[in-house]
Write a protein that binds this ligand. Structure first.
Ligand SMILES: C[S@@+](CC[C@H](N)C(=O)[O-])C[C@H]1O[C@@H](n2cnc3c(N)ncnc32)[C@H](O)[C@@H]1O
Length: 284
């Protein structure tokens, strides 16, 4: 179902040093939220984490679970910026886990596991999940009409992981409009199958259907332009390291990532893709 461990390794295990060259300093690999024309990527990533943590009603005494925690940016934000004493993260990527462990974040536990199969006795007060749902349903499963069921299983699992009164700050990429020209179709196919195998971005209406009967959508905001700006900044930064990347990881890595990030910028510009943030309250 969705991206397997080996699929996720294709997406995230190129090398931590490769991603460190062009992401922000804490290595968020998801849309930032810009408050002004001149704001840096670093500050915009902190805004994004603040918005989602506020949606999840994070306070220092609450326990927080980050589902699909990447290289640990959100976990680091919880303990360093929000004073959280206990947080847990789950990722399917071993390379990302190494980076999270190297940060030695106090009060943070890390699990390398498929969230859908992960078992824990702990119940959390706050959930955050930033662009992990994009890995849950494969294109083949979506074609068979299974997407809403798969997403509903995820929301059920999230519900089971929480205490009554829990809140959830969720972010997903969205699949909106289908391109009408061959090049854009081929480029999006390339991103879906070569850079992020096994996954497919959900549609907004699928998420809205699938949260029931577990979570109430208290608010939802889309941020298409913010992801266009984020991916454009990643592309700009990556290109400044072209020579080093070609020398260390080879031409294919540079060319593939150049094509993927250029396609993202175009996809957000052309409304093929968008980005949504959701404030969800547990239904008790
Ligand atoms: C696009 S990255 C986002 C990482 C991080 N949330 C961020 O904002 O930078 C998606 C994350 O979801 C994780 N992931 C994908 N499928 C997963 C699964 N079934 N169980 C646990 N983690 C998963 C990946 O390992 C990766 O850490």
């Amino acid at each position: 179902m969705g991206s397997s461990k080996s699929d996720v390794e294709v997406s995230y295990d190129v090398s931590n040093e490769f991603f460190r060259l062009w992401l922000d300093e804490r290595m968020n690999y998801t849309c930032a939220v810009y408050e002004s024309e001149n704001q840096s990527l670093e500050a915009a990533q902190l805004n994004k984490l603040k918005i989602l943590s506020d949606f999840a009603k994070v306070t220092p005494e609450k326990s927080v679970l980050d589902i699909g925690c990447g290289w640990g940016a959100c976990l680091e934000y919880q303990v360093k910026n929000r004073g959280v004493k206990h947080a847990a993260g789950v990722t399917l990527s071993s390379a990302q886990a190494q980076e999270v462990m190297a940060r030695r974040l106090p009060g943070v536990e890390l699990y390398v596991a498929d969230f859908m199969k992960w078992e824990t006795k702990e119940k959390f007060d706050s959930l955050i999940s930033i662009c992990m749902m994009d890995h849950l349903c494969s294109p083949e499963e979506a074609r068979k009409g299974r997407a809403v069921d798969i997403y509903r299983q995820y929301f059920k699992k999230c519900w089971e992981m929480t205490r009554p009164g829990a809140w959830f700050g969720l972010q997903t990429i969205l699949r909106n409009r289908v391109p009408r020209n061959k090049k854009d179709l081929e480029d999006i196919y390339f991103c879906t199958h070569v850079i992020f195998p096994g996954g497919l971005n959900p549609r907004l209406e699928e998420i809205i259907q699938a949260v029931n009967p577990y979570w109430e959508v208290v608010s939802c905001v889309t941020r298409r332009e913010h992801y266009q700006r984020t991916t454009a900044e990643w592309l700009r930064r990556m290109r400044t390291h072209e020579e080093a990347i070609r020398a260390k990881w080879g031409d294919k890595v540079f060319d593939d990532y150049d094509r993927y990030l250029s396609t993202c910028v175009r996809a957000f510009d052309q409304h093929y893709s968008s980005l949504a943030q959701y404030e969800l309250r547990r239904i008790d």
